[in-house]
Ligand binder design. Structure first.
Ligand SMILES: Cc1cc2nc3c(=O)[nH]c(=O)nc-3n(C[C@H](O)[C@H](O)[C@H](O)COP(=O)(O)OP(=O)(O)OC[C@H]3O[C@@H](n4cnc5c(N)ncnc54)[C@H](O)[C@@H]3O)c2cc1C
Length: 371
């Protein structure tokens, strides 16, 4: 690896946002040198991402669709009193697909794996061990960092990848199953098919804390038993949380961790506030980067910050929805989710796609108010 100043851009972090930026640049701007540095031995993070087709514009879909490991024409939701089979093309992809795409697309001198970045400057990465790599500009895509300037709920989950002795017969994702034992607050189970005999089953709670509650494991065990999956082999278990912002000082959030450093992915606050999904934003910012002419650090910072601020402003109504949940008594929060999923499927698709119109917003507010 050459030392001293390089042309082009440096990317710290090879998760969703870093990988999509690197893939887009390698394919669409091969003239611009890139180097992406990831601390793990593989790219892509550790879990599956779900994504609805409606979240992506055509060029974004061209970047993301080849990663899809599985596709479904819709999903299920179930609440006490009603269940729905909703249409909506959705896909899933995992770390393996991202890693494969990276290795196939990038040249070996365009990436470093197993290398920790200890600091990101506007035009440099400082690596564990002291080496500094300089370039025209750098992007920090190392995942969520200091979120203290934002008002957040968390979607916490305890999830297991299970291998069943027999086919589980779940033909499409069950995004919400709230028919199990009641949770004190907004809670449900989610089942995502991985293969005919493999399933990710998660106990999900939306709350102010970022750790699953003490009862999560028991609830998950009992859910597996109730569905006849008690003897399933557990291939992996994870405790994870994703932030769902409903307010805060976004400008201050952006300044944390390097006032002039460009940030992508969760680090830059690029997420759908209600679903917590980040892939569509990551695809959008990756393509934005490919249209850039000036790759100097300050120019990249301004590009990404402007985009993040625009999206934050545009998503006020979505944050309001989280705010309604946050301000509701804990025991009433589950009913709010049920009212949302009882809405017109077209409106639900627009909510997923971050494309709510004025009338949609009014309808959502009415639904939350129980009208
Ligand atoms: C439980 C859960 C479920 C989710 N489900 C979905 C979903 O279905 N659909 C969706 O769109 N989004 C989903 N998300 C949200 C989002 O996709 C992920 O959080 C996403 O991985 C965020 O992308 P990112 O690139 O910002 O961060 P990450 O994907 O976390 O990538 C950060 C990368 O940086 C690396 N890194 C960190 N520190 C360093 C360092 N010091 N040096 C070098 N490398 C470093 C990490 O190893 C990692 O590879 C989910 C999140 C969670 C927690």
């Amino acid at each position: 690896m050459p030392r001293g100043k390089r042309d082009g851009i440096l990317i710290a972090g090879g998760g969703t946002a870093g990988c999509l930026a690197a893939l887009a640049m390698a394919r669409l701007r091969p003239d611009v040198p890139i180097l992406i540095v990831e601390e793990r031995d593989t790219f892509g993070g550790s879990r599956e991402r779900l994504l609805f087709d409606v979240e992506l514009a055509t060029d974004e879909a061209e970047l993301v669709a080849p990663l899809a490991a599985r596709r479904w024409p819709g999903f299920y939701v179930a609440f006490p009193g009603f269940s729905r089979k909703l249409k909506g093309d959705l896909m899933a992809f995992g770390a393996a697909a991202l890693h494969r795409a990276m290795i196939e697309t990038l040249q070996p001198d365009q990436y470093r794996l197993g290398t920790k970045v200890v600091a990101v400057r506007e035009d440099a990465l400082v690596l564990d061990g002291g080496e500094t790599i300089k370039a025209e500009g750098a992007i920090d895509a190392r995942g969520a960092a200091n979120l203290s300037m934002l008002e957040l709920l968390y979607e916490t989950r305890l999830e297991r990848d299970c291998r069943m002795a027999a086919p589980h017969k779940v033909d499409r994702p069950v995004l919400v199953d709230a028919t199990g034992e009641p949770v004190d607050g907004l809670g449900f189970t989610q089942c995502i098919p991985l293969a005919p005999d493999r399933l990710t089953v998660g106990d999900v709670v939306v709350a102010e804390h970022s750790q699953p509650d003490a009862q999560a494991e028991g609830r998950l065990e009992r859910y597996l038993s109730k569905r006849g999956w008690a003897g399933a082999e557990v291939e992996a278990e994870r405790m994870v949380a994703r932030p769902l912002p409903y307010g805060g000082d976004f400008a201050a959030f952006w300044r944390i961790g390097g006032a002039r450093v460009a940030k992508a992915g969760l680090r830059g606050g690029f997420l759908h506030p209600v679903t917590g999904r980040t892939v569509a934003d990551a695809a959008r910012t990756a393509l934005l980067l490919t249209r850039q002419r000036d790759f100097a650090g300050p120019a990249l910072h301004d590009l990404f910050e402007a985009q993040a601020r625009t999206l934050w402003k545009k998503r006020e109504a979505l944050r309001g929805l989280n705010g309604a949940i946050a301000s509701a008594p804990v025991g009433a929060r589950g009913a709010l989710l049920a009212r949302l999923y009882a809405l017109d499927p077209g409106l639900l698709a627009r909510l997923q796609a971050d494309a709510l119109g004025l009338l949609d917003r009014r309808r959502v507010q009415q639904a939350l108010a129980g009208r």
